[in-house]
Design a protein around this ligand. Sequence first.
Ligand code: KE4
Length: 440
Amino acid sequence: MSQKPDQHARSRELFKQAREKIPGGVNSPARAFRAVGCDPVFIESGSGSHLHDADGHSYIDYIGSWGPLILGHGHPEVTQALHNVIETGTSFGAPTEREVEMAELICELAPSIEMVRLVNSGTEATMSAIRVARGFTGRDLVVKFAGCYHGHVDSLLVKAGSGVATLGISDSGGVPAAFSSTTIPLPFNSFAALEECFANHGGKIACVIVEPVVGNMGCVPPRPGYLEALREITAQHGALLVFDEVMTGFRVSLGGAQGLYGIEPDLTTLGKVIGGGLPIGAYGGRRDVMSKVAPLGQVYQAGTLSGNPLAVAGGLATLKVLKKAPELYEQMEEKSGRLVEGVERAAKDAGVAMTVNRVGSMFTFFFNDGPVTDWESSSKSDTDRFAFFFRGMLDLGCYLPCSQFEAAFLSAAHTDEDVAGTIEAAERALAALVSDSQNA
Ligand code: KE4
């Protein structure tokens, strides 16, 4: 009998080549598809809400480059802004007016930020923020939460989420015990654990760093009052509160999670959306804290390409579109709500245990009886069922995050047809999952 043609022949060929010269064939582990039982598809282009792969398949895109592409692929104002910069040069290693405009816009949209420094990734932003917190307080200990991921900062790769959780690596190799010993991992959303930690270590804690809406154990919102408790207990003990808004910044609202929940952190880290798809990060906050940063103060941080003209132009264009059209958030809220309700209903009708967490246009379909409120509950999800569902959805033209422990994102470019098509695909993928389970 003739073999079915390989629908992903070109991607498979590229993946084989890639694995020869790139660890795991990918430049970031989160893309490796290791937890979903198939090879990654290689993407050739993006347009609006869609990705197009090397074998000519198109997908409704629910990762948006893991968050940056809130406007979808190829937004005309972002593309035009990049073209304009290309004509004038790509990097100068000197201050530019555009960086001043970006700093002023970030401070306008995130009122807790009085001063901000641009860097080149979210990892650099969080690494720098905890260094500034230590420099400002003179203390060493940092509190983080199991299942939260703040980039691959040595001391924060402790019970981390995202690719670390996906690959089941409890803590990364290559990190000296001396580094991770300065990190206290707590369960997210636990008031008791927080109070006990500060009762025991309060005077030595430089900061608490938190994803105010967690994306990296899958989407997990804060319990009512939890962010307020973080704000109060850190202030009480002279520790700084760092909101890692690399994912939530300008995503869950124009003011990020701090705007949505009305909490003022001492420092905020940003990335993703503020680059519009180009490499960028930022950290900022209280003027007295940021005044510790060199060349003003003694906390050193630097970057050859920090404030890069292309990245800043892409980010500025993105933020300006969001600022002049705040109704985009209401539209993304409505479409995301309709999408998750449709998929939840499909799971219920199919008799499949599913818990969906959503904040704005970031959400996760947990194969889990629920509720999912922390790493302990999230980690109990049925990752085999998630993998089966992921593969089914991919075959049906929907590109979900390739891990149960990631957030999915809907963009301003997603249409009603995308939503309806995704729900229909979910109904079919869930039916196949049930049938597979019955035949197992
Ligand atoms: P980057 O260094 O990858 O730009 O940002 C690190 C980071 C920091 N903080 C939060 C809350 C983040 O979500 C991230 C990075 N997010 C992952 C996806 N969950 C990026 C994808 C990847 O690692 O390839």
